[in-house]
Ligand binder design. Structure first.
Ligand code: NDP
Length: 272
């Protein structure tokens, strides 16, 4: 029987994870299968148990189950413990190992694929939801000179800043709070782009930015990336590289082999 993996979420039909992992498996000659599981909103734990009972080896976890996966894990990596969210589960004997590979995926995409070191940079992170929570520690571990967390609901940004305060230099506020500040890198980790909206960010914060990065990915540029381009930011990136890199990190956790990501990113970016 082939080793079995899957991505679990709700909704799930849009997920690119099966294509990414099947390509990784072909590339590294791993005998495995990878499927997509639609779990009922109230049925995450039961769906995971059923998958395990059938011999499943590991799961990628996506919206809206990352917190439930964190609670379900019997052992956590350090980065998952600190993020308090899990996007990768690995089943071994009676153990459920929980990891969070989102932040490592973002960092690898910016540093290795886009060629921009994060050390000593001034970074503005927009959003304080699950994705932001997963990327803050890996960003701070690259030793930026500042990480500012801005959110529509500023109390959530302040809570995250307090939680991660010990790991690096960070500040928090709402979008207007940073109107007079300048940043090298601006990362949109809000879900605004999912709803075709733009965070209400003053254009002045983009004045010295060299990279605008939107975690959301689509074939058309998001409003955030269009806004950044209109305001003079030259380098623009969407989250497809992060998606592939976080998948590669999960694949490594499961199979002990690091697949090549660049050809997979190129495949996903090519016009349909
Ligand atoms: P959450 O629902 O957990 O958080 C949403 C965040 O977006 C909150 O901070 C919310 O602010 C903010 N927000 C929503 N709408 C607006 C708006 N119109 N203007 C300003 N702020 C807004 O979502 P996630 O954190 O899970 O996901 C965020 C994004 O990251 C999604 O687009 C998702 O697709 C993407 N993502 C990409 C990944 C990748 O691999 N590329 C991996 C994970 C996520 P408030 O607190 O005020 O409500």
């Amino acid at each position: 029987m082939l080793d079995s993996y899957a991505v679990i979420g709700n909704p799930i039909s849009h997920s690119k994870s099966p294509l990414i992992h099947k390509t990784f498996a072909q590339q590294t000659k791993q005998s495995m299968q990878y499927d997509a599981i639609l779990a009922p909103l109230e049925g995450f734990q039961a769906a995971v148990e059923s998958f395990r009972q059938q011999g499943g080896k590991g799961l990628n976890v996506t919206v809206p189950f990352k917190l439930e996966a964190y609670r379900l894990a019997t052992r956590l990596t350090e980065r998952a413990t600190i993020a308090r969210a899990v996007n990768t589960l690995k089943f071994e004997n009676d153990e459920i190992l929980g990891d969070n590979t989102d932040g490592a995926g973002l960092v690898r995409d910016i540093e290795c694929n886009l060629g921009i070191p994060l050390a000593e940079k001034r970074i503005l992170l927009l959003g304080a939801g699950g994705a932001a929570r997963g990327v803050i520690l890996p960003l701070l571990q690259q030793k930026p000179s500042l990480l500012a967390i801005a959110n529509r609901t500023p109390a959530k940004a302040a809570a995250l800043q307090e939680q991660f305060n010990a790991y690096g230099n960070s500040i928090a506020g709402d979008f207007m709070h940073f109107a007079d500040a300048h940043f090298d890198i601006i990362i949109n980790a809000t879900s605004a782009s999912l709803h075709d909206a733009l965070p209400e960010l003053p254009a002045s914060v983009l004045a010295q930015a060299t990279l605008a990065y939107d975690l959301m990915y689509s074939h058309e540029p998001t409003h955030f990336l269009e806004f950044a381009q209109q305001n003079g930011v030259h380098q623009l990136a969407d989250g497809i590289g992060m998606l592939v890199e976080q998948a590669a990190e999960s694949f490594f956790l499961w199979r002990g082999i690091r697949p090549q990501t660049k050809p997979v990113i190129a495949m996903l970016k090519s016009p349909i």
